[in-house]
Design a protein. Structure first.
Ligand code: AMP
Ligand code: GLY
Length: 440
């Protein structure tokens, strides 16, 4: 099988590697890819949102499958163009991608499917924004209706800041969605969908805020880990039944079946799991630790999904143990990351994923905010953390920074649970409640 992965970040590096590991895959192409993908795949300098260029590349390399990494090409209709050209594509149509492209649309689908989520109001002017802010009270959650590259959501106690963000969105011609604040740890659950059926992955958790302890502005994600030893055993089953299946049915009933990766962002509230957001592509950086643990042949499964039937596959198997991914970011991220800074990192290490690097002269420099995603593995989260951070300490992003507390609290809880098991082997394991979730 020949596979093209569209995109240039750490997620795409991880996707391309997982395809490369699939025994059925003979060649991997990345478009545009990055210095990491170039070490085992062929990079092509095209814009992943340029439908004609993507279809032409797929024909040129006789691709059997195109995997779309980021949301922008999906919202732009790249998957539709590929399907129209008779090329299998793992990624939803532009219509189905509205689950991520429009927060108001996602809310409408969730309401019609009875999916548990935060109460919300879609507002087109500042008066209705003010009324909705007062209705729900603080903390205020204000969302740009359209794609905003991770900058669209503001969660704040400050009503003036909430209003100012809403005004900015309205001024750029977008609706604003005001939501009830959901309290509880956040979980990312990904499912490979074929339009009807879903193959869920094991859950992961992402660290959204820029600074240790969950302080500072929201980012695309500063690190992630999987699995979640503190989560209940039936979480995946519950979310499959209450969220994923009803959403797939609703999308099918609308005539826009969802084929691709459904990313369910959840808050585990005292009333059970509720949806914070849908994305229509793999999450970044959760994908990096997740795929490093995947034993199943990913390209074959994504191809089956693209063809509309995953029932003949063996599902998704993950190996035992834990994986932690730490983002090394460039100075100034997320507001204004500095580009062109020196990076010292290998390009051919499966545990060092390139997210924002490019080659300059005979070395690497930063080309984006998130520069590297560095992985560690272990039997426990503590072991995986030690492995990841010892690797981080050997690398360099000049002037850059990273969080030092990725998976720290979960590792501590895991250790307490292990100790409790040792002290009272007969007793029921009492799942503890983590405070890692950063939705505040
Ligand atoms: P979104 O782009 O919708 O994922 O929002 C980005 C981040 O904002 C989420 O990961 C949460 O941390 C936070 N957030 C979004 N919606 C809510 C909500 N209703 N309650 C609490 N936090 C939220
Ligand atoms: N890690 C959050 C995202 O991919 O949107």
């Amino acid at each position: 099988m020949t596979v093209i992965v569209l995109g240039s970040g750490g997620r795409e590096h991880a996707l391309a590697l997982a395809c490369h590991r699939d025994p059925q895959v003979a060649a991997v192409h990345a478009a545009p890819g990055n210095p990491g993908t170039a070490s085992f795949a062929t990079n092509h300098p095209i814009d992943p949102c340029d439908k004609d260029a993507v279809v032409a590349l797929a024909r040129e390399v006789a691709a059997d499958l195109v995997v779309v990494g980021p949301e922008a090409p999906l919202v732009a209709g790249v998957a539709d163009a590929l399907r129209d050209a008779g090329i299998d594509c793992f990624g939803p149509s532009a219509e189905a991608a509205r689950l991520e492209g429009s927060k108001a649309f996602a809310k409408e689908v969730m309401a019609s499917a009875g999916v548990p989520t935060a109460a919300s109001r879609s507002c087109g002017d500042l008066d209705s924004v003010g009324a909705a802010l007062d209705e729900f009270g603080a903390p205020h959650v204000v969302k740009d209706d359209g794609l905003a590259g991770g900058k669209g959501v503001v969660v704040t106690e400050d009503r003036d800041e909430a209003l100012a963000h809403a005004e900015q969105c309205l001024n750029s011609g977008h609706q604003v969605v005001i939501e009830e604040y959901l309290d509880g740890p956040e979980v990312s659950l990904f499912a490979i969908c074929d339009g009807e059926r879903a193959l869920p992955m094991q859950p992961a958790q992402d660290f959204k805020r820029v600074g240790d302890g969950g302080v500072g502005p929201n980012t695309g994600g500063m690190g992630a880990y999987t699995p979640l030893p503190w989560a209940s055993d039936n979480l995946v089953e519950t979310v499959s039944n209450t969220v994923i299946s009803p959403t797939l049915s609703a999308m099918r009933d609308r005539g826009t079946p969802f084929i691709g990766l459904l990313y369910v962002g959840l808050a585990l509230t005292s009333d059970g799991p509720k949806v914070v957001e849908f994305n229509v592509r793999f999450g970044d950086p959760e994908t990096e630790p997740l795929l490093s643990m995947l034993e199943s042949p990913l390209a074959q499964i994504m191809q089956a999904a693209a063809r509309g039937d995953v029932s003949g596959t063996d599902g998704l198997r993950f190996r035992r143990g834990a994986a932690v991914g730490v983002v090394m970011a460039s100075e100034g991220y997320p507001a204004s990351p500095v580009k062109g800074r020196r990076v010292v990192a290998p390009v051919d290490d499966e545990d060092v994923l390139h997210a924002g690097t490019r080659i300059e002269g005979d070395g690497l420099v930063t080309s984006g905010g998130r520069v590297l995603v560095v992985l560690g593995h272990g039997e426990t989260l503590a072991g995986a953390r030690t492995d990841a951070y010892s690797r981080v300490n050997q690398l360099e992003v000049s002037g850059g920074f990273h969080r030092t507390d990725i998976a720290l609290h979960a590792a501590e809880l895991e250790a307490v649970d292990e100790m409790a098991d040792e002290l009272a082997p007969q007793s029921e394991n009492n799942p503890s409640n983590p405070t890692d979730g950063e939705n505040s």
